[in-house]
Design a protein around this ligand. Structure first.
Ligand code: TYD
Ligand code: MG
Length: 451
């Protein structure tokens, strides 16, 4: 017989305490404890009678080519080249961002048998969505259920290759006294589903909502349990959506998948550069195009800066999609090495299209866009700029230079401004002119006429 007792659990990290606490001692978050019933396992249960099965390292393993490919390449790539059999993938994202739409489209494209368990919508609602997405699949089956016991027996009976659970917060084990959506229920349900995935070699895609703090499904413990965590993000006002891996036991976490939400579902964006540059105004001050590497793909994007005089003591600095501290450093470099009086100016910086960039190769474009807005002169729109800017104002070399320059060439840019030390590793370009630069002041002079 197992007993239950009341405990307080941190909804962010899963830390357990016997009394309520205002601040979690484990993750330092405030006001995250909620009261829950926790089963106390009897000590005897720990000693299992069955002997452990020890296996040698060398032996049969699932090979890479057994991955299930949905044919939606943006999705497959983020997972590392398809869905791994026996893996559990958590797909997180804000409500209404398009998680159900994404998994539905992936499910329809898979050739294998898929069971779609929904605890949020009725079968009818799912069918309406499928109609809108023009999905016709004979191997996709629906189950509207929140009782995990029934879900488990359905999985055993139907024997699908992939199970989708939409969402993990709605699933509940009836033997636990906690309500669905509590940390104990989420954790226990996930652990049961993990067990099913591993023993039957079934891939399970779990959908999880994001709390207002930005954590998937409440407790961080969930992220530790599953094999892969991907986040589906995007601004509500933009139609672009980005799928990003945060953790992946079966692949890298560098890849992103880009989609566009249309009236008939999500469309893959296979040429992101064209999209990110499509709304660019050419002869505008403060706009410079750069080449960034997202995962293994080069992406051209527009860096926008707006510099205005500050009439109050504290000038404002706002960076969207770029590190705030990095911006402060680059402003100091511009002030010192190019004599731009930015310390008394408001600076707003934006990576157009909603991308978040954290690689130093965009430094040069950031500096030139700020200089362009400050000097009120447009930068040459035919140039793509890339390079890391050092504290001395020197331009340092960047990785994957060839990919970046090739992408610029493909999109019809006339010139690429690159770090001088990168010039050696470039070959095989015919149309684009490559201009090496050594320091930020020279680069500004080059792209901004009469500066
Ligand atoms: P949904 O997949 O239900 O989001 P989630 O599961 O993440 O909560 O999609 C929600 C939004 O997507 C909804 O506001 C409508 C929009 N949408 C489209 O624009 N086109 C479509 O074809 C579909 C199915 C949804
Ligand atoms: Mg949904």
């Amino acid at each position: 017989m197992s007993k239950t007792r009341i405990k307080f659990i941190c909804s962010t990290c899963g830390y357990e305490s016997l009394k309520w606490l205002g601040k979690c001692p484990s993750c330092d978050e405030w006001n995250t404890f909620s009261e829950e019933l926790v089963e106390v396992k009897s000590k005897k249960a720990k000693h299992s009678e069955t002997a452990a099965q020890v296996l040698p390292l060398v032996g049969e393993a699932i090979s890479e080519d057994e991955r299930l490919e949905s044919g939606m390449s943006e999705f497959d790539r983020v997972l590392g080249g398809g869905i791994m059999p026996g893996s559990v993938v958590l797909i997180g994202g804000d409500p209404g961002i398009g998680k159900s739409t994404l998994v539905m489209q992936v499910a329809a494209k898979l050739k294998e048998r898929v069971l779609y368990v929904t605890g949020e919508e009725s079968v009818n609602q799912i069918r309406i969505r499928a109609g809108r997405l023009k999905i016709k699949s004979d191997s996709l089956f629906l189950l509207a259920e929140t009782d995990l016991q029934i879900v488990k027996s359905a999985i055993e009976k139907e024997n699908p290759a992939v199970v989708i659970v939409d969402s993990i917060q709605t699933m509940a084990k009836p033997e636990l006294e906690n309500a669905a959506g509590t940390i104990t229920q989420i954790r226990e349900s996930t652990s049961d589903l993990m067990q099913i995935a591993k023993t039957n070699n079934i891939a399970i895609l779990l959908i999880g909502h994001v709390t207002k703090e930005g954590y998937i499904a409440g407790p961080k413990v969930l992220e530790h349990m599953v094999d892969t965590v991907v986040q589906f993000e995007g601004e509500k006002n933009y139609s672009y959506r980005i799928l990003r891996a945060q953790k992946n036991r079966f692949g890298s976490t560098n890849e992103i998948g880009i989609f566009e939400m249309k009236h008939d579902g999500l469309a893959e964006v296979l040429n992101p550069s064209e999209i990110f540059l499509s709304e660019r105004e050419k002869e505008i001050t403060g706009s410079v195009v750069t080449a960034s590497i997202e995962g293994t793909r080069p992406v051209l994007l527009e860096v926008q800066a707006l510099v205005t005089p500050s009439h109050y003591g504290n000038p404002q600095r706002v960076a969207t999609g770029f590190d705030y501290r990095r911006l402060s450093i680059l402003l100091a470099v511009l002030e010192k090495r190019r004599n731009l009086k930015l310390s008394s100016a408001n600076v707003f910086l934006n990576m157009a299209g909603g991308l978040k960039i954290d690689e130093p190769a965009v430094d040069l474009a950031v500096c030139c866009s700020i200089a362009s807005s400050f000097l009120n002169k447009a930068a040459n729109p035919e140039f793509v700029m890339m390079g890391e800017v050092g504290l001395g104002g020197e331009i340092r070399s960047v990785s994957n230079i060839e990919k970046r320059v090739q992408e610029a060439e493909k999109l019809g840019f006339k010139s690429a401004v690159i770090p001088k030390n990168n010039i050696k590793s470039l070959k095989g370009l015919n149309k684009i002119q490559v201009i090496p630069v050594e320091n930020v002041a020279d680069a500004i002079k080059l792209v901004i006429k009469d500066s």
